[in-house]
Write a protein that binds this ligand. Structure first.
Ligand SMILES: NC(=O)c1ccc[n+]([C@@H]2O[C@H](COP(=O)([O-])OP(=O)(O)OC[C@H]3O[C@@H](n4cnc5c(N)ncnc54)[C@H](O)[C@@H]3O)[C@@H](O)[C@H]2O)c1
Length: 350
């Protein structure tokens, strides 16, 4: 392989077309070599929009293409495990969209299948690549906020019933608001805090829409170092009403972010650090209403950064930022939240 990774894409209609293909066209160590989609109309549009010549309707054709070094899978979730296995069988590197598979069992199956193969594998947890989230991670790791005690992450959208939409069918999507959006919040908490989930309490509901999968989920994750992380994901909040807050509170300060959990790599972040060792103040005066000091950070195209880094990992033979093992951990938390809600009890992780 030269200094450029040649990417094949399986499932090129939605996020691939909107974000991944444009992102691959922005970076210097990768390019789109071929796309595969079941929908022939989508393929014609991609050929026209991006001048992609190698457009296939069958996986075998893309996997047999010697011009493809690595494959990005963005098909409906039900197909992920089998397609990922075939990518690895074909000797191609693999970046697979979240959720990695329908459940933790499937995720572990893929992890086992990939282990021992000399291929770079990773999962598209793109929120890790937000410049602001990287700054927050450093602040937490440097101990600026003290011991982290309480956090919140929320990701929502407005997703009404649509006949034939695979995301609303449990057997194809695996789940609803939790597997589609809450998963980003769980992964982000694990990443920012550098900690793992010890136990969860979850509530999974159908509050607004009568499709098969849940439209609402709330969960508390108790982390091993003691922080409680509140996770919310909803399909029933209007986009213009949402600010997708990310809040981290420690014994010495807080970080409050709004609109950073999303696809644009934007949003505002406010940092408050308490400057002295304080005793108890009965007046409980707050630091003001300004929400803290606005934190500058590098605004980037998060999809381009993810693909550039993953391509570099392939070229330099090093592990990806979000590995299959990571995705298994996150899927175990997802499964535990479903179980907690169903059985109305706290569920412990292994
Ligand atoms: N990381 C992110 O920001 C992000 C955002 C959106 C979606 N996603 C993930 O990407 C994946 C796809 O979601 P989407 O929103 O693009 O869905 P989508 O429905 O918009 O697009 C899926 C595409 O896959 C094609 N397809 C269907 N069956 C196929 C098969 N068997 N093989 C190959 N292609 C097939 C469809 O024709 C369609 O073009 C999901 O796992 C989703 O969770 C990630």
């Amino acid at each position: 392989m030269s200094g450029i990774v040649r990417w094949g894409i399986i499932g090129a209609g939605g996020i691939a077309r909107r974000r991944t293909i444009p992102a691959l066209n922005l970076i210097s160590n990768a390019r789109v070599a071929a796309v595969m989609d079941k929908n022939g109309v989508t393929l014609s549009q991609l050929r026209e929009e991006y001048g992609i010549e190698n457009c296939y309707q069958e996986e075998e054709a893309l996997l047999g293409d010697p011009e493809v070094d690595a494959v990005y899978i963005a098909s409906p979730v039900k197909f992920h495990l089998e397609q990922a296995r075939r990518v690895l069988d074909a000797g191609k590197h693999l970046l697979i969209e979240k959720p990695v598979a329908l459940d933790a069992g499937e995720a572990e199956e893929l992890l086992r299948y990939a282990s021992g193969k000399e291929l770079c594998t990773g999962v598209g947890m793109v929120m890790r690549f937000h410049g602001g989230h990287e700054s927050i991670r450093k602040i937490v790791r440097d101990g600026l906020l003290g011991d982290i005690v309480s956090c919140r992450a929320q990701l929502t959208c407005w997703f009404p019933k649509m006949d034939g939409n695979w995301r609303q069918v449990k057997a194809i999507a695996g789940g609803g608001a939790l597997t589609d959006m809450g998963i980003h919040c769980i992964d982000l908490m694990r990443y920012l805090l550098g900690d793992e989930v010890e136990k969860v309490c979850g509530m999974v509901d159908h509050k607004t829409f009568d499709y098969e999968v849940e439209d609402s989920v709330s969960a508390v994750l108790r982390m091993r170092k003691g922080a409680d992380c509140f996770i919310n994901a909803n399909f029933n909040i209007p986009d213009e009403a949402a600010h997708c807050p990310l809040e981290i509170y420690g014994t010495k300060g807080s970080v409050l972010a709004y609109d950073t959990i999303g696809q644009d790599g934007e949003g505002d972040i406010f940092l408050t650090v308490s400057d002295s060792e304080k005793g108890y103040a009965s007046s409980q005066v707050r630091s003001g209403t300004d929400g803290g000091r606005k934190l500058p950070y590098e605004q980037v195209n998060i999809y381009a950064r993810q693909l550039e880094e993953f391509s570099a990992c392939i070229l330099e033979k090093r592990p990806a930022r979000t590995t299959l093992a990571d995705a298994c951990q996150t899927m175990k938390v997802v499964d535990a939240i479903y179980r907690s809600s169903l059985e109305e009890r706290t569920v412990y992780l292994d």
